[in-house]
Design a protein around this ligand. Sequence first.
Ligand SMILES: [Zn+2]
Length: 249
Amino acid sequence: MHASDFKKLSNTELDQTLKQAVRKERQLLSEILLHMVEVDRRKLFLTLAYPNLFDYLTKHIGYSAGSAQRRIDAARLSKEESPKVTHQQNESVRLEVTLTKAQWGKLNQMRELLSSSLPSGSWDEVLEYVSDKVITQKSPKTKITVDAPNNHSNEKDSIQTQHTKETDMRRARKPLVRSVRHQILKRDQCCQYQDQKTGKVCGTKWHLHADHIQPVWAEGSNDAKNLRILCASHNLEIYRSQAGISRRI
Ligand SMILES: [Zn+2]
């Protein structure tokens, strides 16, 4: 229907066609949500070099932050996430956290101790102040972990059977020299995961890990040339594909 056609409609017709359109809208929305659930199940956003579903929906699909968040909420994909993070229109973030009585007590104690530095005592300022302290203390000695997360060490063990256990143990124990880690982090600065089809690089600066391009268990060295920075999600994704572990069957 063209815009001019609507003027010709009787009141009853206008009311009915609107109802029909809304019904279609609902159907389409539930279809979109089903797509999103499947994208999330397959972690397709990781393959396409996005660190999370939200980035995929905003930067790739083209939703605004608010629309993306509402759809994620509607599909209940963020239900199990704790704390709840809501991305708002002006790029600010709303964070909902549930605290125990003891934790709440500690936070208030901290705020009191900071009252001379932060007279307003607003929680956003308190959190920013503490974050700045931690960032200054921990950077640039940023703690970056190496390769697969620990909780998957058993799975990793099972694929090492071709190698002698002793050699593996010795190699696995050899830690990455801190200076090499800094070198890699300085060189890469963000997640280097790339979608081979589009060439898109993930580029997130959150939760960075140093990753061996050729895995240690496959004779990969600790040489800078064999190392790259990956975000936690892509580190796990690459590890899964290298180890031949299929996702959530
Ligand atoms: Zn990444």
